[in-house]
Design a protein around this ligand. Structure first.
Ligand code: SF4
Length: 94
């Protein structure tokens, strides 16, 4: 499976041509699979589309590794962003 071929936004993705099942087989049950995670992170770290990939995934993807982040890590980023937005709103409203 190579889902990125269908997403022209990621046409320079470092994972194009790779078996992206690896990015999905790594799931929350295997968070301690550090070797697989290290391999995936090193691929994402070299990816020219990493920022776009991560921003897309933060909005749309609950499974798999995108932009080098696991689902749990993306949830943490989204929580931190929501908190920052709430803090900004509270500051401007007071
Ligand atoms: S950041 Fe990682 S998952 Fe996203 S397109 Fe690049 S290599 Fe693929």
């Amino acid at each position: 499976m190579n889902i990125f071929r269908e997403l022209p936004k990621f046409e320079n993705a470092a994972c194009i041509g790779l078996d992206t099942e690896l990015f999905y087989e790594y799931d929350t049950q295997r968070e301690k699979d550090y070797r697989a995670l290290g391999i995936i992170r090193s691929i994402c770290a070299s990816c020219p589309d990493r920022n776009d990939c991560l921003e897309y995934a933060l909005k749309h993807e609950r499974e798999g590794i995108w932009g080098g982040l696991t689902p749990a890590e993306r949830r943490a980023v989204n929580r931190a962003r929501r908190k920052a937005e709430q803090d900004d709103y509270s500051r401007t409203a007071s």
